[in-house]
Design a binder for this molecule. Structure first.
Ligand SMILES: NC(=O)c1ccc[n+]([C@@H]2O[C@H](COP(=O)([O-])OP(=O)(O)OC[C@H]3O[C@@H](n4cnc5c(N)ncnc54)[C@H](OP(=O)(O)O)[C@@H]3O)[C@@H](O)[C@H]2O)c1
Length: 331
């Protein structure tokens, strides 16, 4: 048997502000074909976890209740299922569990071999667990959506990163600076020095008039804006700050931003707003783990919580003021 933290099906219809959450004991799962059983060492939370609790992913996920939340995990392989070729018991790994399945807030979890990568000794479990959703999203939006080359080649581009102190934003700043970029970042006053230390060229306090207007202190116009802040910032705020063909990549699209996206598309606007939906891939995760090993990327850890107090981590994530990643450890 193992301890888990879970949310019940009742929550599908409950008053979500109650944040009902409980701990139970369930059997340790058995790995099936192409799966691994992990003894977990760290799990990181993402806003997606509590958005699932709020029913955002219905009717697609989760499919089974009670649902054990948590998709981003690091741990040690204890058993491999039939067909697993790349890992054996004792290997240290980092893995992405599926959004529908979750299961990361537990002592043990089963992961798919194709969504698992090796974790070298230089990369701690907590640092690695931060990477799957937040790190891969930052990586994909920069390299695929914006076309930034992380070897520093290519023309210099001006990038705005909102909520640069958050889980996605703090990785995005560091990865963007591996490319040929000038980065303007926004965050709260308490995190300005941290965000500069991650490499941002200029940082705006989002609670000041200049910060709220997203105005570059050096007068730059942004070629790309990576919009990580959870609360919506209207198109009318981004638009005057964009270069002629500037694009906003919206990580938290809502009805209004989807309407803007459609309008800009059908009117062939040079300036565009694009919703972004990351797809965690092991090759991207592996690349990020290597960058952490080489000291080119770090995971800023907001706080660590024990599994028995996972509800504190949950509340902190919902609060929306994490600096970097919130980690849950099963001890
Ligand atoms: N589409 C996708 O594929 C995808 C993937 C990953 C994440 N996301 C979404 O992206 C969003 C960000 O995720 P996350 O993990 O980075 O969140 P997070 O870690 O919870 O973000 C918290 C940070 O945001 C800062 N912040 C909040 N509002 C801000 C504003 N208006 N301007 C500047 N900073 C602000 C907070 O600073 P203060 O404490 O100073 O307020 C805090 O440091 C979430 O909505 C998430 O669901 C989408």
């Amino acid at each position: 048997m193992q301890s888990i933290s879970c949310i019940s099906k009742l929550l599908e219809t409950a008053e979500f502000s109650l944040n009902i959450y409980f701990h139970v004991e369930v059997p340790v799962p058995t790995p099936k074909k192409d799966e691994l059983l992990l003894k977990l060492e760290a799990t990181s939370l993402n806003p997606l976890d509590w958005k699932i609790q709020k029913g955002v992913m219905r009717p697609f996920a989760p499919r089974k209740f009670p649902h054990i939340p948590g998709t981003d995990v690091a741990g040690e392989v204890v058993e491999v299922g039939p067909g697993v070729k790349s890992f054996k018991a004792g290997d240290k790994v980092v893995a992405f569990l599926t959004i529908a399945g979750g299961s990361g807030l537990a002592e043990f979890a089963v992961c798919k071999e194709k969504l698992t990568v090796a974790r070298p000794a230089e990369v701690s479990a907590a640092e690695a667990a931060g990477l799957p959703i937040a790190g891969v999203t930052a990586y994909q939006v920069l390299t695929q959506s914006a076309g930034i080359k992380l070897d520093g080649s290519g023309r210099q581009v001006n990038i705005l990163i909102t909520a640069a102190s958050g889980g996605v934003g703090h990785y995005a700043v560091q990865l963007a600076k591996l490319g040929n970029t000038h980065v303007t970042a926004t965050c709260g006053a308490r995190n300005i020095e941290l965000v500069k230390s991650l490499g941002a060229d200029e940082v705006l306090d989002y609670k000041t008039p200049e910060g709220a207007a997203l105005k570059s202190p050096s007068g730059r116009k942004y070629d790309f804006a990576i919009h990580c802040a959870i609360g919506g910032i209207p198109w009318s705020t981004f638009e005057p700050n964009l270069s002629e063909k500037g694009k906003v990549f919206d990580l938290s699209p809502n009805a209004s931003s989807m309407a803007t996206f459609a309008l800009k598309k059908i009117t062939f606007s040079k300036k565009q707003l694009m919703p972004v939906f990351a797809n965690v891939k092991s090759e991207n995760l592996d690349h990020l783990v290597k960058l952490v090993k080489e000291g080119k990327l770090k995971t800023v850890i907001d706080s660590k919580h024990s599994l028995s107090k996972a509800e504190d981590a949950w509340a902190k994530s919902i609060d929306g003021h994490a600096t970097g990643k919130i980690i849950v450890e099963p001890f």
